[in-house]
Design a protein around this ligand. Structure first.
Ligand SMILES: [Zn+2]
Length: 192
């Protein structure tokens, strides 16, 4: 099971078998995609989130990285993480496992990999980093319940660093409860 923390503050588990497919947060209805090539079926781990915070497509989608990696990122359909963006190269970059979490590495892309406004060859991704690939901006969010300062409501939300201007369309796909069990009646409806 992979533990994911949605931007809305809802934590739940997604089975390893769901890797590569779309699913939906049962609380807020936003899209979640588990990107976990070569993830061991029995693995238990906390996924790191890359939330599409701006771009031509997929705004609001939360990509969750898990497994041993590496994760290929690019425009081509055969990439582990596909971005529909004209300025993204077919193979743009790779996300590699590191001791701390994940590291991004440019794969000789045309338009480069940018983190927090600076072009990088490689960079260790930290909570709150803004990763720009083509015209797509992804905000890195680490799903810890305790590492975050409490917000105004006294609740710890995993993605306080993210501002998404418009709410994305419902994602469809499966809905999983906090124990990773598939719920009936999926289709992107908020459960609250
Ligand atoms: Zn949510």
């Amino acid at each position: 099971m992979v533990h994911v923390g949605c931007h809305c503050g809802h934590f739940f588990k997604v089975p390893a078998s769901q890797a590569g497919k779309a699913c939906t947060c049962m609380r807020c209805g936003w899209a979640i995609r588990l990107i976990a090539p070569r993830l061991d079926e029995g693995a238990e781990e906390k996924a790191v989130c890359l939330l599409v915070s701006a771009g031509p497509a997929d705004v609001g989608t939360q990509f969750y990285l898990a497994g041993p990696g590496p994760v290929s990122v690019g425009k081509s359909r055969e990439r582990d993480l596909q971005l529909v963006d004209a300025k993204v190269s077919r193979l743009h970059c790779r996300l590699l496992r590191s001791e701390q979490g994940w590291r991004v590495e440019d794969a000789d892309s045309t338009n480069g990999v940018w983190v927090n406004g600076a072009r990088v060859e490689t960079h260790e991704l930290c909570h709150g980093d803004k990763l720009r690939i083509g015209d797509t901006e992804l905000t890195c969010v680490t799903p810890t319940r305790t590492a975050q300062p409490a917000n105004d409501a006294g609740l710890s939300s995993p993605v306080r660093v993210v501002e998404v201007k418009r709410k994305p369309a419902p994602a469809g796909g499966d809905v999983f409860d906090s124990e990773g069990l598939r719920r009936r009646g999926s289709g992107g409806q908020a459960a609250d």
